[in-house]
Design a protein around this ligand. Structure first.
Ligand SMILES: Nc1ncnc2c1ncn2[C@@H]1O[C@H](COP(=O)(O)OP(=O)(O)OP(=O)(O)O)[C@@H](O)[C@H]1O
Ligand SMILES: [Mg+2]
Length: 377
């Protein structure tokens, strides 16, 4: 269980490169992290390596534009409405992205949430808990259409794209599902666009984006919509990787059934800004705090259990730093709560500093970009 994904499984091999050229490549890749971030709202034609975060809630693309990283993001959601000629014209006029299937219009991406809120309903997702669901026939077509709103064919055939994949999910110490179908579908689609597609573990991408100064040694955690991903990395080599299938969506759904408003609305309230250190002012805030406590507790207990039962326990004398990314780690007071809980468990090594990543929603895509750049010849 949760046995690590093997050291280099998630990295391409850089054949024929000398040590110094590798160093230059790595230096250039890491240098971009010092630059600013610019958010684009249109699909980009890749003119270099690409980092792609395929998340349950958000798909994020990162590219290097010299002294800055260009980011484009799209919600990984859809909302189906009945087909009609009139509606088609209105949607086209308003530049709403949709596609037609089985006499329905599928509104995809960021616009889906506006539609769901108008109908007082929830958006739907092609992914659940970090993985493609394959529940509906159109699921694969939908995720491809959403990715296409961000990623166009590359200028150069065979351009490297590193895309995030979750670690093996565990529940109560057991594996819960397999990743291969998910990874294969995304890889095949990106390759059909003309890329060389390389998977990278989501939490290793966090380490790549944030732990350069620590020699890529420490614990990267991504707390997203569908999952928490964890990676203990030693010099960029993933020693232990795993995930739990709980994240921001779990909080939204649990609060929704507690207070009786749609989960999509709860998500909006949560994202508008909550403070986990403040006394709750109403039922929604109280429920949000309760389920945040549950999420943090499940995550920390899973870390304790997986690390204790792993045959690859790092024998390391220096304390390990922890970086946390992902949208669900953004509320005020999150770090403090997480830190108190983590420092309350037994681990076979010391924990050094615990910090939140610089851009929690973009960290995985940035780390995937660093990997793509260092794997490009
Ligand atoms: N400001 C915020 N405060 C609290 N939660 C937020 C905020 N912004 C986004 N979120 C939550 O973060 C989650 C999405 O985070 P993220 O984009 O990192 O996940 P993902 O990568 O799509 O999912 P996963 O990695 O689990 O597959 C959602 O639950 C969203 O509601
Ligand atoms: Mg994620």
């Amino acid at each position: 269980m949760a046995e690590p994904t093997g050291s280099m499984d998630y990295r391409g091999q850089i054949e024929g490169a000398t040590a110094s050229s590798l160093e230059d490549q790595m230096g250039a890749a890491l240098g971009i992290l010092e630059g600013t971030i610019e958010i684009e709202d249109k699909a980009q034609i890749a003119s270099g390596p690409v980092g792609l975060d395929v998340g349950t809630c958000n798909i994020v693309m990162a590219q290097n534009k010299g002294n800055r990283i260009s980011i484009s993001k799209q919600q990984n959601a859809f909302f189906a409405i009945p087909q009609s000629k009139f509606t088609r014209q209105i949607l086209q006029k308003n530049e709403i992205v949709f596609f037609e299937h089985n006499r329905m219009f599928y509104i995809i991406g960021d616009s889906a949430e506006n539609f769901a809120n108008m109908f007082n309903a929830n958006t739907m997702r092609p992914m659940e808990k970090g993985l493609l669901t394959f529940k509906e026939d159109e699921g694969v077509a939908i995720i491809q259409a959403i990715i296409k709103t961000l990623v166009q064919r590359p200028k150069k055939l065979g351009e490297i794209i590193c895309f995030s994949v979750p670690g093996e999910p565990i529940q109560e110490g057991e594996k819960t599902s397999t990743l291969s179908g998910h990874e294969t579908v995304i890889k095949m689609y990106l390759e059909s666009l003309g890329y060389t597609a390389i998977p990278i573990n989501e939490a290793l991408a966090v380490v790549m984006a944030e732990m350069g100064e620590e020699n890529f040694t420490g614990i990267g955690i991504s707390i997203g919509g569908g999952m928490c991903n964890i990676c203990i990395s030693y010099m960029s080599v993933p020693v232990i990787t795993f995930s739990i299938q709980k994240g921001g969506d779990f909080i939204d759904e649990a609060v929704s059934s507690e207070v009786g408003i749609p989960a999509t609305k709860v998500k909006g309230i949560k994202e508008a800004g909550i403070n986990l250190s403040a006394i709750p002012k109403n039922r929604v805030e109280l429920a949000l705090q309760m389920y945040y406590t549950e999420l943090i507790s499940t995550l920390v207990k899973s870390m304790e259990k997986v690390i204790a039962s792993s045959s690859r326990i790092p024998k390391i004398s220096t304390p390990l730093p922890v970086v946390i990314s992902g949208g669900a780690a953004m509320p005020k007071g999150f770090k403090e709560r997480f830190e108190t809980t983590l420092r309350g468990i037994r681990l076979p090594f010391e924990i050094a500093s615990i910090r939140i990543a610089r851009d929690p929603l973009y960290t995985t895509a940035k780390g995937a970009l660093v990997m793509a750049m260092s794997d490009s010849k």
